[in-house]
Structure formats: structure tokens, C-alpha cells
Design a protein around this ligand. Structure first.
Ligand SMILES: [Zn+2]
Length: 341
């Protein structure tokens, strides 16, 4: 394939559910003032079929900034899909300056088995956390190849700003919470346009979607929307409110400004401490999301199978409850309570 072909939006000619399949997206090729749906062709399975990623693009009548909204990198984190669906359902592309890309199921393999990890069948099978392997590896396992395709053929050349939508994992929960690297002013601005419950100034982790964008000079934040596996409408609506603020700020769309971190009273911290189970057993959590805790306050306990209390857990610091384990059983090392301070 020549360079010019690689740089153009590339259609395979296949249609899935009425939607054209592409192997490369270039927003410059698309006609202005329209909304598009694509199935982006991801990595190939052992059975010789591809994984496909549903993508929506709104290309404005006027040129301007390009915002990527991504979700589904972890397959049990679903609130973000409804945020993107609702935003696109009410968009008028003729009123936009710039473009919005919505990627709904970035890791369809993980969504299929409602899991944090991608399953590769090679070498007896292995599970990969997609949010640690970007920008991917075209010679790696199927997860790494898929990451490489997303990064090089869908995301990187098509956006100036990026937001990756997550939630907490199965059996744990967050409130509406933002990870943001405050060393970059544009990122701090994006984060504080979200009326989140809590924000963590965080330098990020190598290989995550957010940090890989930041390393490539593209301001990016991660929004953690509540709990896994469900739709939580209050968090979904508040995330949408924040994203509309960002679209206004970037002059992509003139939505009226809603609440932001300042007016909502978001708690902003730069340290967090996870209280983890030191043994297996039944867990009882003594605090709620957003509670203020003081050092040495009892925050959780664990019982054995007979109901005897085998361990109590104390807050190591003063702070706010950021995350909870919601599953009744916890193995050693499992999260009980996370405190932001
Ligand atoms: Zn996640």
C-alpha cells in the first residue's frame, strides 16, 4: 500500500449492519457538515474474522479543533458509551467548527466477555489490559496489534484533544472522577471544565491511552464515570455537561456553559492511598463515596466464613473517599477503600 493510500480514509468495501468498514480514517477526506458512522476494522481473530470498532464522526461546516471521545478500552466499563451516544444524538454538524470523533467500543473483544482485559487465543491464551500497551505493537499479540491499529489508523492523526471515558472495575466504584496531568495547562483547564466529584492531579501511567496522547503533545484526560457494568444516568448527564463545556471552550460548538469544577465544588487532590485487603474474606465497608475520613478511622472490616471479624482497616490519612470495593468477598490485595487527599 502506498503512503498516499495509507493517509486517506480507506474503505474495504464491506458493509456491516448498513455501516461502511474502514481500515484508516482521515478526517480531511470527509465532506463538511455531516455526521458519519463507520466500522473500524481491528485485529484479526483465530477464526479469520475481524473485531470491528463502531465510530461516529461529526465534521463541522467550519474548520476548527478536533476532539476525540473514546470509550470501551476496558470491556466492563459502560457508562461512557451512553455519554457519546447522547452527545451525537443531539449534534448539528452544520453548527460545528471542527470535528468530534466518538469511538464506542474501542476493545470489542473485552466488551464481548464484559472484562477489563482482552483475550488472545495464542500460546494457550492470555489476557491483556489494553490500557497499558499504547501505542501498540504491530508484531505483538492480538491486543497489541489492535492497539497499534487504533493508535495509527484511527486516533492519533485525527485529534487535537482527547478524552478517554472509563469507570471503576467490576465490584468497585468511583463517583464522577477525573485523572489529569496538571503539568500541562490545557489539561488542567479541560479537567476543571468537568463538574466532577473529585479530580486527581496525576502524572499518568506509561502505556495508557491518556498518557500516550500527552506524550505525543495532545492534551488528554481520563474520566472515570462511576461503577462498572451499568448505566448511571446522573453521572452520564454530568459527564455530558462537562464535555459540552469543553466543546464550548475549544470553540467547536457554542453550547451554553454548564456547571464546572469550581461551581460544583469538585475536590481536587494529588495523592491517593488504597486500603487493600490483607487476607481473603467477606468485606464490610464502613464509609460511603465522598465521605470525609480522618486518620485511624475504621473504614472497613473483614470476616471469615463463620462470621468472626478477622481484620479491621483504618484510614492511613485524612482525606475523601474516592473509591470503594462493592463486592461482598475480597481476596488478599483487593481494593476496600481508596482515599484521595
Ligand atoms: Zn478503565
Amino acid at each position: 500500500m502506498s503512503n498516499s493510500q495509507q493517509n486517506s480514509t480507506t474503505y474495504t468495501g464491506d458493509i456491516i449492519g448498513g455501516v461502511p468498514v474502514i481500515t484508516h480514517l482521515n478526517l480531511d477526506d470527509l465532506e463538511s457538515g455531516k455526521i458519519y458512522r463507520f466500522m473500524f476494522q481491528g485485529s484479526n481473530m483465530n477464526i479469520g474474522q475481524h473485531w470491528y470498532v463502531p465510530v461516529m464522526v461529526a465534521k463541522g461546516n467550519k474548520s476548527g479543533k478536533r476532539l476525540l471521545l473514546n470509550t470501551g478500552i476496558h470491556g466492563d466499563e459502560l457508562n461512557g458509551s451512553r455519554v457519546i451516544q447522547q452527545l451525537f444524538a443531539n449534534l448539528d454538524p452544520t453548527q460545528l467548527s471542527g470535528s468530534i470523533i466518538g469511538v464506542i467500543q474501542a476493545a470489542p473483544n473485552s466488551l464481548f466477555h464484559i472484562s477489563r482485559t482482552w483475550y488472545s487465543s495464542t500460546d494457550s491464551g492470555e489476557f491483556t489490559n489494553m490500557n497499558g500497551i499504547f501505542p501498540g505493537n504491530k508484531d505483538g499479540n492480538s491486543a497489541q496489534i489492535h492497539a497499534h491499529l487504533l493508535w495509527n489508523h484511527l486516533w492519533h492523526n485525527n485529534c487535537d484533544y482527547a478524552i478517554d471515558l472509563h469507570s471503576q472495575s467490576t465490584d468497585t466504584e468511583y463517583p464522577l472522577f477525573v485523572f489529569a496531568d496538571y503539568r500541562v495547562a490545557a489539561i488542567k483547564t479541560m479537567a476543571e471544565l468537568i463538574p466532577a466529584d473529585q479530580i486527581k492531579n496525576d502524572e499518568g501511567e506509561k502505556g495508557t491511552v491518556e498518557t500516550t496522547f500527552v506524550e505525543h503533545g495532545i492534551p488528554a484526560i481520563t474520566i472515570e464515570i462511576g461503577a462498572a457494568r451499568s448505566y448511571q444516568s446522573e453521572y452520564i448527564n454530568r459527564t455530558l455537561e462537562g464535555i459540552k463545556n469543553i466543546l464550548n471552550h475549544l470553540k467547536i460548538c457554542d453550547y451554553p456553559l454548564g456547571r464546572n469544577a469550581a461551581s460544583y465544588g469538585s475536590f481536587i487532590g494529588n495523592q491517593m492511598h488504597s486500603v487493600k485487603a490483607i487476607t481473603g474474606g467477606y468485606a464490610e465497608i464502613k464509609v460511603n463515596l465522598g465521605d470525609t475520613v480522618v486518620q485511624n478511622q475504621e473504614v472497613a472490616l473483614q470476616r471469615n466464613a463463620f462470621g468472626d471479624v478477622i481484620h479491621t482497616y483504618l484510614a492511613p490519612v485524612n482525606g475523601l473517599v474516592l473509591s470503594l470495593g462493592t463486592g461482598a468477598t475480597r481476596e488478599a490485595g483487593g481494593l476496600l477503600v481508596r482515599i484521595l487527599y
